[in-house]
Write a protein that binds this ligand. Structure first.
Ligand SMILES: [Zn+2]
Length: 471
């Protein structure tokens, strides 16, 4: 009996030590009792088993697929390229990416909450302009952040690094990254001073730098690949992967930097793209998008900014891809949440309307127009009885309660085929018009395909529907 008890203890000890650095309690004074292990041990074994099972998880199903035929990519980037390496890490913890509304400027806050309730890990990429520093610091405080583990100034323009000095002064900072380029401005010097006053050093941001945020996250700098005369192209570009989900933060990198990432085979797929240079046409080139293949695009630009950001051409390229576009100028703060397999978005206006605790983070007064109180949507289809594989075009017109056309509204179109739903997105133009062409593929003949259309502007929604029947 005694012997048996000891054997059991020893075999559990061996099992646990084979599993890795786990503590096993020594057998106590009465070995005839069931052997006791430390309370954490069984949980840890379970975790290991779950991680092993995690390899067999089905692929993610979050994003709707589109019937659209994207242009053939010269170098197709497999979207699941790192699924093997990352599979062990799936579904452990939660990743949040906050695209903080700083008007015309950038600020992206990454928060990782480990599942073991260990201390959260944070990365802040840019902090808006000098005027935004208080709101950025307050935003971080509302997230109960005391340490910024990784702080990145993508490039020395003030709409990116303006608030960095305040962040450095307000929080404990792990590591600071900036590209190896100087800028003769007070804003830039303020950042250098703040870093020096804390006795810290700046680590050079450049292609190939691995960011050590948490073992469940892979964060890599893809750019700058070279030195560039244009400061925008010196922007640090960061790819962040968590399980099967991924993000690409591009600062103000323009086509030249995009091309160098592409030519050096550094560019990878990302589910969420933070559009380069506030949605300027100098960025988000077609070749770049063909490799990144984003399902979601977030544009950080200010309302009525003098640059006309975001520009129409990149918006059209995103639309053509079928990507869902989120904009700070339309939606306020934008928060993406990933569990390692799916990504959900919310915006502060949406959160406010539900009156959830997170609403407290919306520190700024609501910026939306009070103009629009209702939306009337009208939709027509050019071919109500198309043939298989034909392209049909749905034209949507949008007016408000005063019969004024509504520009820049998000249009979502869902075609309800017999076997599946297919989703498209678009944005209305200055005349409140959006035309959405799509190929119907081999839709079932004689089956009426309902097309539901939802228009959203300033958190006001309007709906309509139309249909077609393939013959
Ligand atoms: Zn900028």
């Amino acid at each position: 009996m005694i012997r048996k008890g000891w054997m059991l203890v020893i075999s559990i000890a061996m099992l646990l030590s084979a599993c890795g650095n786990l503590e096993v309690a020594q057998p106590n004074a009465s070995p005839s009792q069931a052997p006791q292990t430390s309370s954490q041990a069984p949980v840890s074994v379970l975790e290991i088993v779950e991680e092993a099972i995690g390899n067999k998880q089905p692929p993610k199903t979050s994003a709707p697929t589109s019937d659209k035929q994207p242009e053939p990519s010269p170098t197709p980037a497999p979207s699941k390229e790192n699924s093997d390496a990352a599979s062990v890490d799936r579904n452990t913890g939660t990743l949040e990416v906050h695209f903080i509304d700083v008007g015309q400027g950038d600020s992206q806050l990454v928060i990782y909450y480990p599942s073991d309730l260990a201390k959260k890990k944070t990365m802040l990429i840019d902090a808006g302009d000098n005027d935004d520093e208080k709101s950025v610091v307050n935003y971080l405080k509302k997230q109960k952040i005391d340490t910024v583990d990784i702080l990145i100034g993508t490039h020395p323009h003030s709409d990116h690094i303006g608030g960095l000095d305040a962040v450095i002064n307000a929080f404990d900072i792990g590591k600071v990254y900036m590209p190896a380029v100087a800028h003769n401005t007070k804003t830039f010097e303020d950042v250098l001073d703040a870093v020096a006053n804390k006795g810290m050093k700046i680590t050079t941001a450049k292609s190939g730098v691995e960011l050590d945020l948490h073992e469940h996250l892979t964060a890599t700098m893809l750019a700058p690949v070279n030195d560039y005369e244009d400061l925008n192209n010196m922007s640090a570009v960061v790819h962040l992967a968590f399980g099967d989900t991924s993000f690409l933060f591009t600062g103000d990198a323009e086509e030249e930097s995009e091309r160098d990432m592409l030519n050096n085979k550094l560019l990878k797929h990302a589910d969420v793209l933070a559009a380069g240079h506030h949605g300027s046409n100098t960025s988000s080139s077609q070749k770049f998008l063909d490799v990144v293949k984003p399902e979601y695009v977030v544009i950080q630009s200010g309302k009525d900014n003098s640059y006309g950001h975001p520009h129409r051409e990149p918006l059209q390229r995103f639309e053509k891809r079928g990507a869902t576009v989120y904009r700070n100028d339309l939606s306020g703060h934008i928060i993406a949440k990933s569990d390692g397999s799916t990504i959900e978005f919310r915006t502060t206006t949406a959160t406010n309307s539900k009156n959830t605790p997170e609403a407290a983070q919306n520190t700024e007064p609501a910026q939306q127009d009070k103009g629009i109180t209702s939306l009337a949507v009208n939709a027509s289809i050019d071919k109500p009885e198309p043939s298989q594989n034909e392209t049909v075009t749905v034209t949507v017109t949008l007016i408000d309660q005063n019969n004024n056309p509504v520009p820049d509204a998000q249009i979502k179109l869902v075609a309800k085929y017999k076997s599946k739903d297919t989703e498209y997105t678009a944005t209305t133009d200055a005349k409140g018009l959006a035309s959405i062409p799509f190929r119907i593929g081999r839709a079932a003949i004689g089956y009426e395909v309902k097309v539901n259309i939802t228009a959203t502007k300033d958190n006001i929604t309007g709906k309509t529907s139309t249909s077609f029947t393939p013959k």
